[in-house]
Ligand binder design. Structure first.
Ligand code: KIV
Ligand code: ZN
Length: 506
């Protein structure tokens, strides 16, 4: 059989954004979408347009701006959903509507209150409606892996007859096992008479840790599209991780005889961008993109690596975007070295962004002697998602004093907006300097905040390493995340709280 090209459908901006705490603003979504295109993703599911005006706007903007990938909007089998999805994606180079309806007995009985016949009728009706609007329609049988196989075959046949070009078989609750899931795909291939008129897609959740295994088993059984997310983000335990399936297909080409369009050396930058934006850290031992994925600790392994790296490495770190050397830059490094570093880290910056990077690099180099890849990445990511509007709060200055047995005193001056100088200062005590700044910021911004999470870690090595602070605050029963980076931990904490505040007020 000749080599197949597997369609990579990324749903970081839709299912991924449904991860608790992973919500992104429109600028961030746009940045992620641009990155997904440059990564070589075939289809970007940009959101669920009917869900909120913000979701609609984000999908619309991505559809207008992104070139090179299909842009898809999700819709239930409902008139208003399908119309909103079409309105949002219609200006894309290659628009797609993705409509879905649950098919399993438990969903039919308790959620939809529909008979099998009604599910078939709705599938036919709403796929036709979507096809009348959009040339590329995908249909998903939600909870397919818990659906009677005979009925699933019927639904898939009806969806294809109505014009769906892709039929998606989700393992919505992460219940399937690889051999059984592959059997479902083989059954569809052999029992659905018009199956060759559509691509079979799979969308696997990771509740039992099987998302990648199930997706790959489905590909081996004939599926032609994988739905996945960067870092495996997604509802509950997440979705199939894009980086895992891309590297599995590449590394075990001998088994799958299939390729993807993924530019694998951009996987680590993509992972860093998404974790930087969402504040959801990548576990150190995460396959492919975790910090330890290529680290060798035991003496025996290190010895083997020195003799021949293939003794303990099945992939080369540089193939997924890790750098061989963490080349240190400093105060005297020039623009060319910095440009080169940005490119080798996988970022494509325009002239204006490069100029800004150089300015900020110089400021940082004055504060710390050696600048590592992680520092450069952080600078670039801040530039990429920077958004200062006239409702943004920014830090003018602060001072904080504390000590053993002393009451910490904090004063902060904030500015709101680009031009309107509305600085105020506040002196606040707390049970420590971080509590002090939190109280001061709540007071200055007038927002009643509760701090849910505060984490600090260094982003590179050395006593002068930059500190990164991740916070989660609660306002009006909603959680907002924020991040801040600085060589000064108190300043990083202020920046993180302000980042969260700006997400509330934007
Ligand atoms: O998990 C799921 O079933 C989904 C569908 C909407 C495709 O996310
Ligand atoms: Zn899902």
């Amino acid at each position: 059989m000749s080599e197949r090209k597997i369609v990579i459908f990324d749903t970081t901006l839709r299912d991924g954004e449904q991860s608790p705490g992973a919500s992104m603003n429109i600028t961030e979504k746009l940045e992620v979408a641009q990155m997904l295109t440059s990564l070589g993703v075939d289809v970007i599911e940009a959101g669920f347009p009917i869900a909120s005006p913000g979701d609609f706007e984000a999908v619309k903007k991505i559809a207008e701006v992104v070139k090179g990938s299909s842009v898809c909007g999700l819709a239930r089998c409902k008139d208003q959903d399908i119309e909103a999805a079409w309105e949002a994606v219609k200006n894309a180079e290659r628009p797609r509507i993705h409509t879905f309806l649950a098919t399993s007995p438990i969903h039919r009985e308790f959620k939809l209150h529909m008979t099998k016949e009604q599910v078939l009728e709705n599938t036919d009706h709403f796929v036709r409606k979507a096809v009348a609007l959009c040339p590329d329609v995908e249909f998903s049988a939600e909870d397919a892996s818990r659906t009677e196989i005979d009925f699933l075959c019927e639904v898939v046949k009806v969806a294809i007859r109505a014009g769906a070009k892709t039929v998606n078989i989700p393992d919505t609750v992460g219940y399937a096992m690889p051999a059984q899931f592959a059997e479902y795909i083989r059954a569809l291939k052999t029992r659905v008479p018009n199956i060759e008129d559509a691509i079979i897609s799979v969308h696997c959740h990771n509740d039992l840790g099987m998302a990648t295994a199930n997706s790959l088993a489905a590909v081996a059984a004939g599926a032609g599209q994988i739905e996945c997310t960067i870092n495996g983000l997604g509802e509950r335990a997440g979705n199939c991780a894009l980086e895992e399936v891309a590297m599995a297909l590449k590394t075990r080409h001998d088994i799958f005889n299939a390729t993807t369009g993924i530019v694998t050396r951009k996987l680590v930058p993509a992972s860093c961008l998404v974790s930087g934006i969402t504040g959801l850290d990548v576990p150190r031992n995460k396959a492919i993109v975790g910090r330890n994925a290529f680290a060798h600790e035991s003496g025996i392994h290190q010895d083997g690596m020195l003799k021949n790296s293939m003794t303990y490495e099945i992939m080369r770190p540089e193939d997924v975007g890790f750098q061989k050397t963490d080349l240190v830059l400093g105060k005297h490094s020039g623009r060319a070295a910095l440009n080169d570093k940005a490119a080798t880290l996988g970022y494509t910056l325009n002239q204006e962004q490069l100029n800004q990077l150089f300015e900020e690099f110089k400021v940082l180099a004055d504060r710390k002697k050696e600048i590592y890849d992680a520092d450069i990445r952080t600078l670039i990511q801040n530039i990429l998602v920077q958004k200062v509007t006239n409702v943004s709060w920014t830090l003018e200055s602060y001072s904080s004093t504390t000590g053993t047995g002393k009451k910490p005193v904090t004063s902060i001056r904030l500015r709101r907006g680009d031009f309107v100088v509305e600085t105020e200062s506040e002196t606040s005590t707390g049970d420590g300097p971080v509590d002090g700044i939190f109280l001061a910021i709540s007071k200055l911004t007038g927002l009643e905040l509760t701090c849910r999470e505060f984490r600090i870690h260094s982003i590179s090595v050395g006593h002068d390493a930059q500190g990164k602070v991740d916070v989660a605050v609660c306002f009006n029963d909603r959680e907002y995340r924020g991040q801040g980076v600085s060589t000064d931990c108190i300043e990083a904490s202020i920046l993180a709280f302000l980042d969260a505040v700006n997400r509330i007020t934007e």
